[in-house]
Ligand binder design. Structure first.
Ligand code: ASP
Ligand code: MG
Length: 453
């Protein structure tokens, strides 16, 4: 068994859904279970409809409901034509969208939306798309069967970002999904959506469909999870900055996590942790380029000194200097308590005997933070710094990597250097306007320049 998950862009319209269907067909011998996102953009639209309704803007909200109705009907018709299957599907979609309209009206009367009501609205995107996908795959000749995610994805009742209940999900997946697969069917369910023990609809938080795929994969101990999206996989650098960035065919989970913290948006590793922890490989593939090799994420991919280079601009460095730190214990604790109190997370830390430098991303509490740091020493702030990070699980085994990195930067000022204890991340703090060129130079040094074909 494998789990095959299609993101919103792989579910954008009839043509995309057909491409997804062909991908599923090509995997039938591996007994796929399909998880789908809402059609591209739909979750945002639904949340917007909810917010407008609450603000009493019922007219634009209803116009958006109508647009969603038209879009789903159009794509359903394009996929199914107008036989009896199409009629049944259209009726079912239509009644779900009627319910959305009724909900929007109720919210506008109340002038108030609870997280529970918002989840009911947000979940509709996947509920609609999964019905369409299942019907489309059947039309393509596969034994696809729609599964209501709420019958499987048990969560608690933290609406908006509900916590999955792994044991219940395992039981339900074995009871509901495994027998279908054994019978040669292809179960199709919406990601992102769950339900409480009382069967009240919940959602797993934005981008939660990857999480659904991973939970399901873990529950059923599948052989692999495939995440189909609109990029070829994870790359050795941001392709907008480094034009010859390459595909990473194999990456370790911890490296992928490290890269995600730099905004590599392909997928959020925490969402695939349940599966990867069990040794289930997760692949990222491009549904527009289905024969590409993709990126394989595992716990034990080969250790390379540098797997990828990441960067981040507009980072703020805070330095606390105090002679009193010399030979004192507890100073770091006091300093970090201040960050904790102001809910500001620290990215990079470098210390010496008399100073501590940290970088932060979020400056929304900066002033209060600085006020509380002042009693602990001389505090200085450097804005407009940037981070360059070389990520590689074998970094600390390679005695030359750091020297090569610094040499590659060719004299650009480096304000802080930090090599994490796990040796997976060498971080260099540079001037913000040096991030792009720095990334290009580091990439050229570690990956060479690719000759244009
Ligand atoms: N449709 C949901 C979202 O946009 C979940 C997902 O696509 O992963 O957040
Ligand atoms: Mg999505």
């Amino acid at each position: 068994m494998i789990v095959v998950k299609f993101g919103g862009t792989s579910m954008a319209d009839a043509a995309a859904i057909r491409r997804a269907g062909e991908i599923v067909r090509s995997r039938l011998d591996r007994r796929p279970i399909v998880v789908v996102s809402a059609f591209a953009g739909v979750t945002n639209q639904l949340l917007h409809i909810g917010a407008q309704a609450v603000e009493g803007q019922l007219v634009p909200a209803m116009a958006s409901v109508q647009a969603l109705r038209d879009r789903h009907m159009t794509e359903a018709r394009a996929l199914l034509g107008d036989g009896p299957e199409a009629t049944a599907l259209v009726a079912e979609l239509s009644s779900m969208i009627d319910e959305l309209a009724a909900l929007a009206e109720a919210l506008s009367v109340l002038g108030h939306g609870t997280p529970r009501a918002m989840d009911k609205i947000a979940a509709l995107g996947e509920q609609l798309s999964s019905l369409v996908a299942a019907a489309a795959f059947r039309q393509m000749g596969m034994a696809a069967r729609h599964v209501d995610a709420r019958d499987v994805m048990r969560t608690d009742d933290r609406f908006g970002k509900a916590e999955p209940q792994a044991d219940e999900i395992s039981d339900a997946a074995r009871r509901v999904i495994a027998p279908m697969v054994r019978a040669g069917e292809v179960p199709v369910l919406g990601g992102f959506v769950g339900a409480t023990a009382h069967r009240i609809t919940t959602t797993l938080g934005r981008g939660g469909s990857d999480y659904s795929a991973s939970l399901l994969g873990a529950a059923l101990r599948v052989e692999a999870i495939e995440i189909w999206t609109d990029v070829d996989g994870m790359l050795t650098a941001d392709p907008r900055v480094v034009r010859d960035a390459r595909l990473i065919t194999d990456i370790r989970f911890d490296e992928a996590s490290e890269l995600a913290s730099f905004g590599a948006k392909v997928l959020h590793p925490s969402t695939i942790a349940p599966a990867v922890k069990l040794g289930i490989p997760v692949y990222v593939f491009n549904s527009r380029n289905p024969t590409g090799s993709g990126t394989r994420i595992t716990f034990d991919a080969p250790r390379r000194a540098v797997t990828a280079i990441a960067g981040k601009k507009s980072v703020t460095v805070i330095k606390v200097r105090s002679a009193r730190m010399l030979l004192q214990h507890g100073v770091l604790r006091h300093i970090f308590e201040v960050f904790e109190r102001h809910r500001t997370s620290v990215d990079v830390v470098a210390t010496s005997e008399v100073s501590v430098s940290v970088t932060i991303d979020d400056v929304s509490n900066l002033e209060a933070l600085l006020n509380d740091l002042q009693p602990l020493g001389d505090v200085s702030v450097e804005r407009n710094r940037g981070i360059l990070a070389l990520v590689g699980a074998g970094m600390s085994d390679d005695s030359q990597a750091m020297a090569r990195a610094l040499a590659a930067l060719d004299g650009a000022r480096v304000h802080m250097v930090s090599l994490s204890a796990s040796g997976i991340n060498l971080t260099l703090i540079v001037d913000g306007d040096q991030v792009d060129t720095g990334m290009q130079r580091l990439h050229a040094a570690f990956f060479g320049r690719q000759v244009a074909a």
